[in-house]
Every structure is written in structure tokens, then in C-alpha cells.
Design a binder for this molecule. Structure first.
Ligand code: C2E
Ligand code: MG
Ligand code: MG
Ligand code: MG
Length: 292
């Protein structure tokens, strides 16, 4: 009886696996179609100076509006794209779309100093893919000077020597680099020893516990001090409360990003958000010219 039950369970398990596999391959087919039509869109999440909450840049995040499943998170479909050789198509889609949306606002290089684009680990780990991406970005002349690339720490882990040479070469040609989810890999320190980047983003798992976990606070303080010595900008991501913002300020963190400040938003909302921010700045500081 017991054996039979176990047998049934295994059988059930296989069926579930097969179903999951089918769902994945359906999703992949649909993703290929989505990359060619209008069902992928972009949202923009600003980051701010911690002191006066002025915008220091925006990050682009991709969204998939699926006809049945609703909005699918990039945490699901970016890995799917990566595993199936679609990273390049996805990145080129994002760059093309940003180039269409953002320079037209007249804000890029002014109220929005730069725009950060996330790329996948597989793309970063191929020098050829990075050269292709660089050329593609350069082909968008209005956008290119303002692009910052966000890579995850785990992407640089593969081969730090290769990564540092690649980043150096691309930085020499005007691209800037940010290390995303900083502190989640095991190479944070080793990486900073050899790789020169412009920014690191402290992972939101540290920010989430910043007011309750003194060990997390100690680590974040050390990261801030170290980055400051290397003249690397530090952004705390995932700031959700005023208390977290204040703690980070006290710790000397200079930039913040997260739902407490602003959720990711479509380009139209971003433009409105900046107009409101501009009006407030003018009200609080009447000596500043209204336009600039
Ligand atoms: P990420 O680059 O670390 O982006 C931050 C993620 O945290 C975003 O999720 C954002 O919506 C979310 N977030 C922002 N503020 C808060 C907050 O205060 N609290 C919480 N809980 N979450 C917050 P999203 O948009 O779902 O993106 C997930 C990941 O997918 C990104 O992590 C990034 O690694 C990847 N991704 C997004 N867009 C792209 C893209 O265009 N290309 C590639 N290759 N990857 C992308
Ligand atoms: Mg990012
Ligand atoms: Mg991040
Ligand atoms: Mg993250």
C-alpha cells in the first residue's frame, strides 16, 4: 500500500514536471513573439541623492504584458531569454525603446544625468556580445553618452581578470558601469580589488534589515567606507521606509532608490514626476530659476 502511494506520488511528480516543461516551452514561444511586437514595455525607476532627494539617474526595467498571465516579471522571463540565446535581442529591444522614449523628453543629460540599463550575465560573459552591445548603443547617438550598464556581481565572478579588462576597455570608450545586487555574491571584496566601476548598488536584502540587523549595518558601513575610498558611488536599492532612508543617511550613504521614493513608472509618468519635483524644488528654493 505504502509502495503504491509512493509510486503514485512519483507518477504525479513526473506529470507535474512535464506540465511545467510544457508551460516553459509555451512561454518561450510567446516570448519570441513578444520581442517582435508591442507586448514588452519599459518602466523607469529614478534614484535620488539621499540628502535633498534630487534625481541622480533613472534605471530601465522591462515589463511583459501577457494576454493571459498578466504582467510577467523580468525575474522570470529574463532567465528564459538568457537560456535560449535571446539576450542580444532583448538588450537591443531595450536600447531601441529607451532611445525612442527618453531623449525625446529633453530630460536626458539635464534633469536626468544618466540612464542605467540592466544586462544579463551571459551577455556580459561574452566579449563579443559586449562589443555588439557597445556598437548598438553607439548607433543611438542621442542616448549613447548617457548610458550606464548594470551587471550583477555574480556575472563578474566567472573570470575577474577578463571582466576587469573588458570593463576597462568599455569605460575608456565612454560607457559607465554599475555593480547591481552588491553583497549577494561571494566576491564583493575581490572584485573591487581588480575591477574599476562607477557605482555599486547595495542589494535590497541588506536594506530590508538595516534597522533590525546590526551585522547587516556593519557590512553596509564597511561597503560605504570602502567605496568612498575608491571614489565609487554607492546606491542603496529597495528603500521602502522613511526609517531606512534616515538610517542610510546617517551611515553616509549618498544615493537611494526604492518604493519609498518612487516605483518604476512608464515614460509619461516619469516626465510628470519630474515636473512635480521641479515645481517643489522651485517652491522651496525661490532663488533657483524655474527652467534649467
Ligand atoms: P534589479 O536590476 O536589481 O532591479 C530592481 C528590482 O527591484 C526591480 O524588479 C524593481 O521593480 C524592484 N524594486 C525597486 N524598488 C523596490 C523596493 O523598494 N522594494 C522591492 N521589494 N522591490 C523594489 P523587476 O523590475 O521585477 O526586475 C527584476 C530584475 O530583473 C532586475 O533586478 C534585473 O536584474 C532584471 N531586469 C529587469 N529589466 C531587465 C532588462 O531590461 N534586461 C535584463 N537583462 N534584466 C532585467
Ligand atoms: Mg538593476
Ligand atoms: Mg538592483
Ligand atoms: Mg536587485
Amino acid at each position: 500500500r505504502e509502495a503504491k502511494r509512493t509510486g503514485n506520488r512519483i507518477c504525479f511528480h513526473n506529470k507535474q514536471l512535464a506540465q511545467a516543461e510544457r508551460q516553459r516551452s509555451d512561454l518561450l514561444k510567446e516570448l519570441k513573439v513578444a520581442l517582435t511586437n508591442e507586448s514588452l514595455s519599459l518602466v523607469y525607476q529614478p534614484k535620488y541623492s539621499a540628502d535633498k532627494l534630487r534625481i541622480t539617474g533613472v534605471e530601465v526595467l522591462v515589463r511583459w504584458h501577457h494576454p493571459y498571465h498578466g504582467t510577467i516579471s523580468p525575474a522570470i522571463f529574463v532567465p528564459l531569454a538568457e537560456e535560449n540565446g535571446l539576450s542580444r535581442i532583448l538588450s537591443e529591444f531595450v536600447v531601441t525603446k529607451v532611445a525612442k522614449e527618453l531623449p525625446a523628453t529633453g530630460l536626458l543629460g539635464n534633469a536626468i544625468p544618466h540612464v542605467s540599463i540592466n544586462i544579463s550575465a551571459t551577455e556580459f560573459n561574452s566579449a563579443q556580445a559586449m562589443e555588439n552591445l557597445y556598437d548598438f548603443i553607439q548607433s543611438q547617438a542621442q542616448l549613447a553618452p548617457y548610458v550606464r550598464i548594470e551587471i550583477t556581481e555574480t556575472a563578474t565572478l566567472n573570470d575577474i581578470g577578463k571582466s576587469s579588462a573588458l570593463i576597462r576597455s568599455l569605460r575608456d570608450r565612454g560607457l559607465s558601469f554599475s555593480v547591481d545586487d552588491f553583497g549577494t555574491g561571494y566576491t564583493s571584496l575581490a572584485m573591487l580589488k581588480d575591477v574599476t566601476v562607477d557605482e555599486i548598488k547595495i542589494d535590497r536584502s541588506f536594506v530590508a534589515v538595516i534597522d533590525s540587523d546590526s551585522r547587516a549595518r556593519t557590512i553596509v558601513s564597511a561597503v560605504i567606507a570602502m567605496a568612498s575610498n575608491f571614489r565609487i558611488d554607492v546606491v542603496a536599492e529597495g528603500v521602502e521606509t522613511e526609517a531606512q532612508l534616515n538610517t542610510l543617511r546617517e551611515m553616509g550613504c549618498k544615493q537611494v532608490q526604492g518604493y519609498y521614493l518612487a516605483h518604476p513608472m512608464p515614460i509619461k509618468a516619469l516626465v510628470e514626476h519630474l515636473e512635480v519635483a521641479q515645481t517643489h524644488a522651485t517652491k522651496n528654493n525661490p532663488t533657483q530659476p524655474y527652467s534649467s
